[in-house]
Design a binder for this molecule. Structure first.
Ligand SMILES: C[S@@+](CC[C@H](N)C(=O)[O-])C[C@H]1O[C@@H](n2cnc3c(N)ncnc32)[C@H](O)[C@@H]1O
Length: 308
């Protein structure tokens, strides 16, 4: 099995600006630096010179908006994206009214944007770059909550993507809503799309899809618990990542819409759930993640998966 390596990618350019020339690594003439214990990956500034093998089964450490333009065209058979939600939480701890326990929302720096305009710019740039690296018959999955999924849907359509389905992930162990001022939010939505309306012959394994839903029909409602127990990555008893997705969710996404040997891209990899499941199912993968602590967790997870 291939060993996952991560490459350091420094940017120093605003995420929404056009790609700048590749920066040089300190004390080296290679723009990518080998991580300790990892294998160096050398990038050329010519797009044509990037052999796909340099990226496969790897986690690339850096900003997706800077790395994606340097990946070769038509690299991916399937793309999974779990973008920041832009939850817009206030910068103070939130307590539940009656029980006074702390609300554990997504309050990380990576979920903060200055405005909807800035958030939309990020999504538009990301989804434009992703479209270029999708093979003609590739499919794209994007997951989100009511906070962001409607913006994502509109941007996908504006960019020319053609939506095949939305799939409702029903969280069978959703956190109860103690306030009783609105419904308990127990779902996320996955949008499944192709690059454009004319695309035919994309991968869809109907038998597997039937197995995902209740009853004989391949319904677009999936009942899966949120990630917890041994699967949940923790540091000193605290969740490492606030939005680690369950492997069971990625298992369905990958099994239904790819074939063994296909390349799966996840440009906002978080804890690397997509890569771990892709490896388990015999798919190739390319992961991108900006935060070093998550990149390290991905490497450990991939190694465990390999040695399993
Ligand atoms: C919602 S989380 C993904 C969680 C992931 N699906 C999992 O199962 O762990 C989004 C991730 O995108 C990363 N991220 C945000 N902006 C990024 C960017 N411009 N380039 C690379 N990674 C980015 C964040 O650090 C965060 O880990």
């Amino acid at each position: 099995m291939d060993k996952a390596v991560a490459s350091s990618f420094s940017n120093g350019v605003e995420p929404t600006s056009p790609p700048a020339p590749l920066p040089q690594g300190e004390g080296s003439d290679t723009p990518f630096l080998a991580r300790e214990g990892g294998e160096g990956v050398r990038f050329s500034e010519e797009h044509e010179d990037f052999p796909a093998e340099h990226f496969l089964d790897r986690v690339l450490h850096g900003d997706a908006l800077h790395i994606l333009p340097r990946l070769p065209e038509s690299l991916a058979d399937m793309v999974f994206i779990d973008p920041p939600y832009f939850l817009q939480l206030p910068r103070k701890s939130l307590k539940r009214w009656k029980v006074r326990t702390e609300v554990n929302g997504v309050d990380e720096e990576w979920d903060r944007f200055g405005s909807f305009e800035e958030y939309d710019r990020f999504l538009r740039q990301l989804l434009t770059e992703v479209r270029r690296v999708m093979k003609p018959k590739a499919t794209l999955w994007v997951i989100g909550t009511y906070h962001n999924i409607h913006r994502i849907g509109a941007i996908l359509q504006d960019l020319g993507y053609w939506i095949l389905n939305d799939v409702i992930w029903f969280k069978s162990n959703a956190m109860p809503n103690w306030l009783n001022v609105r419904f308990t939010n127990a779902t996320e939505t996955l949008i499944w799309a192709v690059k454009e309306r004319s695309v035919k012959g994309y991968t869809f394994h109907a038998e597997i899809a039937r197995g995902c839903s209740e009853g004989r029909l391949a319904l677009n409602v999936w009942r899966i618990p949120v990630c917890n127990g041994k699967e949940r990555l923790k540091v000193n008893g605290q969740k490492l990542h606030p939005t680690q997705k369950p492997e069971a969710l990625l298992q369905r996404v990958i099994a239904v819409s790819t074939n063994p040997g296909d390349v799966v891209l996840d440009p906002l990899a978080g804890t690397g759930t997509t890569g771990v499941v892709a490896r388990r199912l015999g798919r190739r993968f390319v992961l991108i993640e900006r935060e070093e602590r998550y990149v390290e967790a991905i490497e450990r997870r991939l190694e465990e998966e390999t040695n399993h």
